[in-house]
Design a protein around this ligand. Structure first.
Ligand code: 5RP
Length: 219
């Protein structure tokens, strides 16, 4: 299977985890887009969706799926999203699409996080994919200096502003041996809105696209 076929396969497999008669949290990116296309086929069986980005909200609406504000949601049973890297412990790097803050918020609310990725995202150690960090614009230089002290090389993502009006630093050169510790450290730096490590709230299930079909992994 090609990478794209694997993405489509895991998106289709994720439909089993979308409970009938409930709201579904929906991620951002090309794999999540395939999931939205699948969700559209059962849209009459769900109550609607919570979107993790403006782009996802737009795509959901274009399929006639109602988008509900997270503030009006008491209970979200599931969040389904892709990742840029994921380990066997289901720790992830996310934010390649720049939607990490809203993704982390929806993931925090959801009872279950189902990650859907193709095989290329499955890694032994996080860090080969540059770690995205959303930063308040006036803190950009300060945060970049602090990240350098942690051993990373930050690069400002060019011509990109997040849905929240902030900038992204993509941090190269980190070998993230302890993702929970690194996520916690980064959370302490003033000016960082969100870092792209999803380790404190990792995924509960990974649907991994492989040449042999979709594999289901748990931590
Ligand atoms: C967006 C994300 C995406 O989940 C991540 O970038 C994976 O994207 P794709 O499914 O296109 O490979 O975190 O902010």
């Amino acid at each position: 299977m090609t990478q794209d076929e694997q993405k489509r396969a895991v998106a289709a497999a994720a439909i089993e985890y979308a409970p009938i008669g409930s709201l579904i949290g929906v991620g951002t990116g090309s794999t999540a887009n395939y999931f939205i296309d699948e969700l559209a086929k059962i849209k009459h069986k769900i109550d609607g969706a919570v979107a993790s980005s403006d782009a996802t909200a737009k795509r959901l609406l274009s399929h006639g799926i109602e988008v509900v504000d997270l503030n009006n949601v008491d209970d979200l049973s599931v969040y389904i999203d892709g990742a840029d890297e994921i380990t066997e412990h289901l720790h992830m790097t996310k934010g390649g699409g720049g939607a990490l803050t809203r993704e982390k918020i929806v993931a925090a609310v959801a009872k279950k996080f189902i990650c859907i990725t193709d095989q290329t995202k499955f890694v032994d150690i996080l860090g080969n994919f540059p770690l995205p960090i959303e930063v308040i614009p006036m803190a950009r230089s300060y945060v970049a200096r602090e990240i350098t002290f942690l051993g990373g090389q930050p690069a400002l993502r060019q011509n990109f502003i997040t849905d929240n009006g902030n900038v992204i630093l993509d941090v190269h050169g980190l070998q993230i041996l302890n993702p929970v510790e690194m996520e916690t450290k980064l959370n302490q730096i003033t000016g960082i809105v969100t870092n792209g490590l999803f380790a404190r709230r990792s995924a509960d299930i990974l649907l991994l696209g492989t040449d042999e079909g979709v594999k289901t992994l748990r931590p």
